[in-house]
Design a protein around this ligand. Structure first.
Ligand code: PAF
Length: 261
């Protein structure tokens, strides 16, 4: 497995990767959800590329960015064991050589759900994803359905900007108690971890959105939203404890809805 930290090296390495390329963009702190994306990419492509980059432009809260878990050595070990061909670890000064002057802005769906609660979040996500897709030039890129709004926005950006890549959604991987796997779960204290699966349990219940939000609040969550749309029910809520606020998101398929945003 080759590791590239500088774009000059990366461009050389990319030229050597022939055949179909699968790409898994991540912010590291890899878990079994990421492993599922990597496995699928390895199964469907001649080579798989993983990027690990904690993208500062998608964080609206500097504290959240500072706390974001980093487990680079373990991540590289996992990537190696799963058959990744190359890992891209870009640096801010190279990835944002323009100082973030150029940005990808979506003006509708990115302002709803998580976008309504995290100013500029999806502009940061779409901008970095476009940069990474242009650098990696994959045939397929893999995104987890836990971040379903992100998946839809990336898919639609690629269609709108004629980016020649297949955006492949992959089912959310869950703990046995239903909690969606997420790098942020590592930040939960024992009380928070015990409470966290309630988000998924209530999203999959027959209760209406308002009642789900009310029950989450009553259990101690700070609820951002519970909303059904695009054929799914979405929820975001934070758990506070041990001086930290850990924001969890999840979504589940709902019968009868349409599939576009
Ligand atoms: O889902 C993530 O981990 C990030 O939003 C992504 C797609 C790697 C962009 O920074």
């Amino acid at each position: 497995m080759r590791i590239s930290k500088r774009l000059e090296d990366w461009r050389q390495l990319r030229a050597e990767l022939t055949g179909s390329l699968g790409f898994v963009p991540t912010m590291g702190a890899l878990h079994q959800g990421h492993a599922a994306l990597i496995r699928r990419s390895v199964a469907e492509n001649d080579h798989s590329v993983l990027s690990i980059y904690v993208n500062p432009t998608q964080f609206d809260d500097p504290g959240d960015l500072a706390r974001y878990p980093c487990t680079l050595e373990q991540d590289l070990e996992l990537a190696r064991s799963l058959g990744v061909s190359a890992v891209l670890l870009p640096r801010y000064d190279e990835l944002y050589a323009d100082g973030f002057r150029y940005q990808v802005t979506e003006n509708r769906f990115s302002r709803e759900l998580c976008g309504a609660h995290r100013a500029g979040h999806f502009t940061g996500v779409l901008t970095v994803v476009l940069k990474l897709l242009n650098l990696v030039r994959p045939r397929r890129a893999y995104f987890g359905e836990k971040d379903y709004q992100q998946y839809l926005l990336v898919r639609d950006m690629c269609a709108a900007l004629f980016i020649d890549v297949e955006i492949v959604p992959c089912e959310t991987v869950r703990e046995v108690d239903g909690l969606a796997m997420s790098s942020r779960n590592a930040l939960l204290d024992a009380r928070g971890r015990a409470l966290a699966p309630l988000l998924h349990r209530l999203l999959t219940s027959d209760l209406d959105d308002a009642e789900v939000a009310a029950r989450l609040a009553a259990a101690g969550f700070a609820v951002d939203y519970v909303e059904s749309r695009a054929g799914r029910r979405f929820g975001a809520a934070a758990i506070e404890g041990g001086g930290r606020r850990v924001r969890l998101i999840d979504n589940v398929a709902r019968a009868g809805g349409e599939s576009s945003a």
